[in-house]
Unconditional design. Structure first.
Length: 94
């Protein structure tokens, strides 16, 4: 037996997935903040549709001085730092 992946199905699913992710900021306005992954080209494009203030995070910015295992942890740390800054948490407490 052989299973073939139909690229039309994959593309259709991915488009639906991306549209679902966009609902996260769909109802934001200029008083809100949207924090996006700068390293992901698909997510980076979301900034063009956002009505809110957009702040980008990147694992390369936080990689210095932190020893974390797993690329995802660098992204999580970077995003958390940007959230803290957006909430005006003092830098010494971050």
């Amino acid at each position: 037996m052989k299973i073939y992946l139909d690229t039309n199905i994959i593309h259709s699913w991915f488009r639906k997935y991306v549209e679902a992710k966009k609902t996260i900021f769909k109802y934001q306005n200029e008083n809100d903040v949207l924090i996006l992954n700068q390293d992901d080209p698909v997510v980076h494009e979301f900034s063009k549709e956002a009505k809110s203030k957009v702040i980008f995070f990147s694992k390369s910015i936080t990689a210095k001085g932190f020893k974390l295992f797993g690329e995802h942890n660098l992204y999580n740390l970077s995003a958390a730092i940007e959230v803290a800054k957006a909430l005006e948490v003092p830098v010494k407490k971050i």
